[in-house]
Structure formats: C-alpha cells, structure tokens
Write a protein that binds this ligand. Structure first.
Ligand code: ZN
Length: 424
C-alpha cells in the first residue's frame, strides 16, 4: 500500500506522471467495470441532455436574467435519473464524470472561436470505454489493484516509485478488449538546474520534423511513413472487408472476429508510433536546451482543416503524442516549452521578414519574392519559430487578426497586405 501513507506535500519539487498498467479482471469484475462504463456514459448523457434543454430555455430569456444550474443541482438531478433507472454505480465516478463534462463545456466556451466543437453524447456501443477513479476508491499492492472493494489482478511491469502519491486516474477498455488502469501519480523529482541559453524551434510536418537551434544548426528528421507499414496495409485490408460486411448488415461471429483483429492491428500501429515518438522526444530533450518553441497544435490543425487529405495524414502522424512526450520530458529537465501561434510561420522569409503566400512555390521549396532568399521550406519555418521574438510588431498584429477564413483566402490573394509586410 504505497499510495496513502507517505506525505510528500511539503516537498515543493514534485512531478506529475501517468503510469499505465494492464488489468486482468475476472468475469464478474469485468461486468462490474462494464457497468461503470455504462453508468458514467449515462451520467454524461443525462447531464448533457439537461444542459442542452437549459440552454434552449435560457436563450429565450434576456441575457442578464439568465440562470444556469449549479454543479450540485446537476449532480443531484443526474443521480436521481440514474437511480430511477435502477443503475448501480459509485457516486464518486458519476461526480467525476460530471466534472469532466463541466470542464469540457468551459473549454468549449473559451475556444469556440477556434472551432472547438460542442460536447457530444457518449456511446456505450463504442469499443473504447473509460471512467474516472479517485483517491478514496483505489489502492494497490504488487499483484492486485483494488477498486470498488474488488482486488483486480494486474501486472506491474514497472515499479511505482516509493513515495508516489496517487491523485486520480482512469480505468479503460481499449478497442482490443483489454483493460487498463492509468494512475496519475505525484512523484518526488530533483529538477536539475537549467541555465542553458541554447534554444530551438521545431516545425512539425507530415513527412519530417525540422529543428533549428540558436547555434545556427538546422536538422531535418524524416518521419517513417506509418501508413505504409505492414500493419497499416493489413489494417486497410481488414477495414475494407469489414465495411463490405457492415454494408450487407452482416454481423456474424466471423465479422466480430475480423473486427477484433482490426482493433488489434490498430493497437499495434499505435504502439509503433508511440515507440518512435518516445525515441525522438528523448533525443530532442537530450540536447540541453533552455527553451523549446513549438507551434500551437490546436490552431495549426485548424489552419490546415481545408484539406481533408492533409488532415488524414496529420492524424496519421499523431503530433499530439509527440508534443505531449516532448513536454513532459522537457519538464523533467527543467526546459521551458513555449507554444506560439502558427500563422505565417511557413510564409515568412526568415532573413528579410517578408510574408507572402507566393514565397511558397512548392511544398518543399521556399523562395522569397522580395529578397530572392531560397531555402528548404520546412527549415525556413523552424527558423521562424525559433526566432519568434524577432518578428516585427506589424507581423505580430497580423497574427492576432488571423482567422481561419483568412488562411483560406490566402491562396486567392498572393500577398498578405500590400505590398507585403516587412520586418522591422
Ligand atoms: Zn526575403
């Protein structure tokens, strides 16, 4: 029992990390977990349905007279609704699910303008399911993870550091039917002092990652084409077979077997990517940078949403996973990670600062129409990201007025502003 008796609150230097372990529930335990996937989905859906109804009624009321229910009321109504349906659930799980919905709504309201979508209803038919667990309902020893008074067998493939404090986590079932627990742990960590003045800017692309550092080096690291791996080919074949079967409404045992196979292969593809991104992020962080600058991925994705093909490729590369790994590895080494707005990073000429869509004649070649500077387009972009502080005030103003629609109209209007914007 390592999670409750060690107090590390008084240690100012701690680190939050996720540890994931495979669970091996018995049949009865699996049923119990499944009932909690269902209950937390139902809690989410009930509260979301009520919220939508409330938004509709309140929209008819004058703005300053609008009243919205408080969290405690939402919780009480939801619990009542679940009980009336004779569902069995742990109240902590439902509470946490509603907190998650609350946070999702807050995120929706603050990021609506960038295209963040309205919360969706949860589907219990999805093969991937999860629910949140918290401090009070979980503990463990070497061989078992205890939750809801059940001791579920688990495999601790890596030791949980002594003194780790459990602050919450999730239990999930992945698409291949396996059960996992993800523990959010607070660990003691001696952060090394970092006085490095070396910086780098990273441009993430579909085919490569370009890294420029403040010593003048730029590295282009090619990304493996995951969609051409043997697993991906197998996955595509299985998906084709499945879609034919589903079209014919064939839900036989064989179809289910194929679906399980497809899920398993998909998992394998994800593991390959994870492995690659672990190696790449470790390599990046080992450079002893003081600061790493990246583009804000959420906005970057929006910027390129006009091309579904590119989007598909982007999701294939899974930058989220890479960025997340860079961030936590950087944090452990006391490296600052800065995220900047991605507008015009690929259209700005690094030496002279001229911004124009015409600077990008092709995907890979940058040629400045103002000063004739020629470079690899990705290397030019990572230099712009690295030297973001040197962008002119005028250019920063341009970024702040940047909208998704604007980036779409860029292709019609070859230069942004006339006769183009210069640095300084
Ligand atoms: Zn130029």
């Amino acid at each position: 029992m390592e999670n409750t008796d060690t107090i590390i609150d008084d240690i100012p230097l701690c680190l939050h990390r996720n540890y994931r372990f495979r669970l091996y529930p018995t049949k009865e335990q699996a049923t119990l977990l499944q009932s909690h996937f269902f209950a937390s989905n139902q809690a989410w859906n009930t509260a979301l349905g009520n919220k939508i109804e409330e938004l509709n009624t309140q929209s008819a009321v004058l703005k300053h007279e609008r009243k919205y229910s408080k969290f405690n009321d939402v919780y009480a109504t939801t619990v009542e609704a679940l009980k009336s349906r004779k569902l069995k659930f742990n109240s902590g799980v439902v509470q946490d699910e509603l907190r998650k919905l609350d946070a999702t709504f807050q995120r929706y309201y603050s990021r609506k303008s960038t295209g963040y979508g309205f919360p969706k209803f949860a589907k219990s038919s999805k093969t991937e399911q999860s629910f949140i667990i918290r401090n009070q309902s979980a503990s463990w020893d070497e061989s078992h993870f205890k939750v809801f008074r059940q001791e579920i067998k688990w495999r601790q493939h890596r030791a949980i550091p002594a003194g780790a404090k459990f602050t919450g986590g999730i239990i999930k079932r992945t698409s291949d039917g396996k059960y996992w627990v993800v523990l959010n742990l607070t660990l003691r960590h001696e952060f090394p002092a970092n006085s490095s003045t070396l910086e780098c800017g990273i441009d993430l692309n579909v085919e490569n990652v370009s890294i420029s550092d403040s010593l003048g080096n730029t590295d282009l690291i090619p990304l493996p084409n995951f969609s051409k791996s043997k697993y991906s080919k197998r996955y595509v074949r299985l998906q084709q077979q499945l879609s034919r079967r589903y079209k014919k409404k064939n839900f036989s045992k064989n179809t289910k077997r194929l679906q399980r196979q497809a899920n398993k292969v998909q998992r394998k593809i994800k593991n390959c990517k994870d492995d690659f991104f672990h190696k790449l992020s470790t390599e990046i962080v080992q450079h002893n940078y003081g600061r790493i600058t990246l583009e804000d991925l959420e906005i970057k994705r929006m910027k390129e949403s006009d091309s579904t093909r590119l989007n598909r490729l982007i999701s294939d590369v899974s930058w989220d996973s890479l960025i997340q790994k860079i961030k936590y590895k950087a944090a452990m080494q006391n490296v600052i990670v800065r995220e900047i707005h991605p507008a015009y990073t690929s259209q700005r000429c690094n030496p002279c600062g001229y911004i124009s869509d015409a600077n990008r004649k092709t995907q890979s070649v940058f040629h400045c129409v103002s000063c004739n500077h020629t470079a690899n387009a990705d290397c030019n972009a990572s230099l712009n990201i690295l030297e973001y502080d040197e962008w002119s005030l005028e250019q920063k103003a341009l970024i702040s007025s940047w909208k998704i629609s604007k980036s779409l109209s860029v292709s019609e209007d070859p230069s942004i502003g006339s006769p183009g914007i210069h640095a300084g």
